[in-house]
Design a protein around this ligand. Structure first.
Ligand code: AMP
Length: 112
């Protein structure tokens, strides 16, 4: 989508600190990290949020979770949290599907 921040980051049109890339997804460091490790994994295809995942695109999400598991293992993340906010009330500020991967500090549950 032409005016989407994460489409532009995934396409390399806006700079980011790349963590991983393949033909399906792009991972990069969050600009305002909430933990010692905080990166985002986004599909290259524009999907607005988890609420737009269907049978037609769910294989992308499966792939993203494989990538998250691989990156976590490579980075030695023994314990980590994967979060995807859906809608403004839940804290979504960028309306392109993304999974936060957070690690490196104690985390509370339930979230605030
Ligand atoms: P959310 O609030 O769940 O939609 O998450 C959006 C995330 O994107 C936030 O954690 C922001 O800090 C992060 N973010 C916004 N702009 C950028 C950017 N240009 N590069 C990296 N991360 C960003």
């Amino acid at each position: 989508m032409s005016d989407c921040l994460f489409c532009k980051i995934a396409a390399g049109e806006i700079p980011s600190t790349k963590v991983y890339e393949d033909e399906i997804c792009y991972a990069f460091k969050d600009i305002a990290p909430q933990a010692p490790v905080h990166f985002l994994v986004v599909p290259k295809e524009h999907i607005r949020s988890v609420s737009e995942i269907t049978g037609a695109n769910s294989s992308i999400v499966g792939h993203i979770f494989e990538v998250i598991a691989k990156l976590a293992e490579e980075q030695g993340l023994g314990s980590y949290r994967v979060v995807s906010n859906v809608g403004e009330q839940a804290g979504q500020s960028v309306f392109h599907l993304h999974f936060h991967v957070l690690s490196g500090r104690d985390m509370t549950w339930p979230p605030g």
